[in-house]
Design a protein around this ligand. Structure first.
Ligand code: G3I
Length: 377
């Protein structure tokens, strides 16, 4: 058995030797703090380990649940966070900063400051940007949801938002999550909680893709959702819808799975099969929000077995994407537990990302890096 070293906050001091979990190569000579200055390992960073043309991304922490926490805005205030963000990743996704409630807080006022900052950071660091998101049932401002607008007004508001936001970043966004989470768990369109579909009918989805394409003909336009990693009722609904929209010539370019996974449940072993059927339609595919949460022991520190299981999930999600030709974008929903949304939403669960609060690398980090290296051929 090969020895491996763990780098969690609690275990970093003791160089532990553990058996290697099947399929997860985690041996690493530079285990320890994220930015080990002495490390000269080849392809030490995720972005440089990745095969040519394959983008490894992360959500950029800010807005949303962060506003309720006792720390300042992560992206603008945390120097170490920014350093790792620039070094490790080749793609960035604003976690909240391009959502309606942030970027369009009043009917006649946009606030581009946070989104501009991320796009400029990305350009400075040679990264691409995934725009998130334009048509969603959540995180819409109260002025919109409670405005009592007529159908004509709503249509005009939506079109104007798209022209303004997509137009502002035209040519600078690689992929847009145009429509986010439009189906429920049974594969039914969200005709009640999605204001746009409820008020304007299902046809608005195709119109939105057309408007986004007009505003930025270069961006790849995606449907994005959770719970669609497997072949199931919900992913079937996307399959039927995208096939029909493509038949009608609507500019849909991609289907992406968020992949908010939990070790409580089995890994969605048919992920690759599912991605392949969208690939066969001629669509790009992507993994856009991967994290793997777990039930934390009472002391809050995951066991080695839990971390190995988590690493295995990360590795399998990445391998599924790497195996599919048109899956060239793989994004994790944050890279440090310090800023993860998981403990805020799921009581007793956490440790869902690839680095600890202190930016120490977990086995999941090495699993990603080594799988990327392996895919270079
Ligand atoms: O609803 C209250 C609002 O009334 C209040 O004004 C505001 C300010 O404190 O807080 C409000 O809700 C917060 C919300 O963001 C809106 O800003 C929630 O408490 C907060 O938990 C929430 O978090 C974000 C969440 O999306 C909202 O759905 C997370 O930061 C963000 O990571 C998460 O990201 C989503 C993706 O966009 C889509 N896929 C799932 C993923 C994880 O939920």
């Amino acid at each position: 058995m090969r020895p491996i070293r763990f780098a969690t906050a609690s275990l970093a001091a003791a160089a532990l030797t553990l058996p290697l979990v099947a399929g997860v190569a985690t041996a690493d000579p530079s285990a320890g703090r994220e930015a080990a200055p002495h490390s000269n390992a080849r392809f030490d960073r995720l972005r440089e380990a990745a095969p040519e043309g394959f983008f490894v991304g992360t959500a950029v922490a800010g807005g949303g649940h962060h506003l309720e926490q006792d720390y300042p805005d992560p992206f603008t205030s945390d120097k170490e966070y920014r350093k790792i963000l620039g070094r490790q990743f080749s793609s960035v996704s604003p976690e909240n900063q391009m959502k309606w409630e942030f970027i369009h807080p009043e009917r006649d006022r946009y606030d581009f400051a946070a989104a501009d900052g991320i796009v400029e950071f990305a350009e400075k660091h040679g990264q691409v940007v995934r725009g998130h998101t334009l048509l969603w049932h959540s995180q819409n401002p109260a002025w919109l949801e409670k405005g009592g607008f007529s159908k004509e007004e709503l249509r005009a508001i939506l079109r104007e938002h798209i022209t303004t936001v997509v137009g502002r970043y035209a040519g600078r966004i690689q992929q847009w999550d145009v429509a986010n989470e439009i189906f429920d768990g049974e594969g039914e369109l969200r005709t009640q909680d999605n204001i746009w579909i409820r008020e304007l009918g299902p046809g608005i989805v195709a119109d939105v893709f057309r408007w986004v394409h007009e505003a930025d003909p270069e961006a790849k336009l995606f449907f994005n959702d959770y719970g669609v990693e497997s072949v199931n009722a919900k992913s079937d609904a996307y399959y039927a819808l995208t096939r029909e929209l493509l038949r009608q010539g609507v500019p849909v370019h991609g289907f992406s799975v968020q992949a908010h996974l939990s070790t409580r449940y089995g890994f969605p072993g048919d992920l690759e099969t599912n991605l392949r059927r969208f690939d066969a339609l001629g669509l790009e595919t992507a993994v856009t929000e991967l994290d793997v949460r777990m039930d934390l022991p009472e002391n809050g520190v995951p066991t080695q077995a839990q971390e190995r299981k988590q690493a295995d999930y990360y590795q399998r999600a990445l391998s599924a994407c790497l195996a599919v030709d048109g899956c060239n974008s793989f994004t994790i929903w944050g890279f440090t537990d310090k800023y993860s949304w998981v403990p805020v939403f799921f009581e007793g669960e956490g440790s869902a990302t690839v680095m600890t609060d202190d930016f120490d690398r977990k086995p999941a980090f090495y699993a990603l890096r080594d799988t990327l290296k392996g895919a270079r051929g």
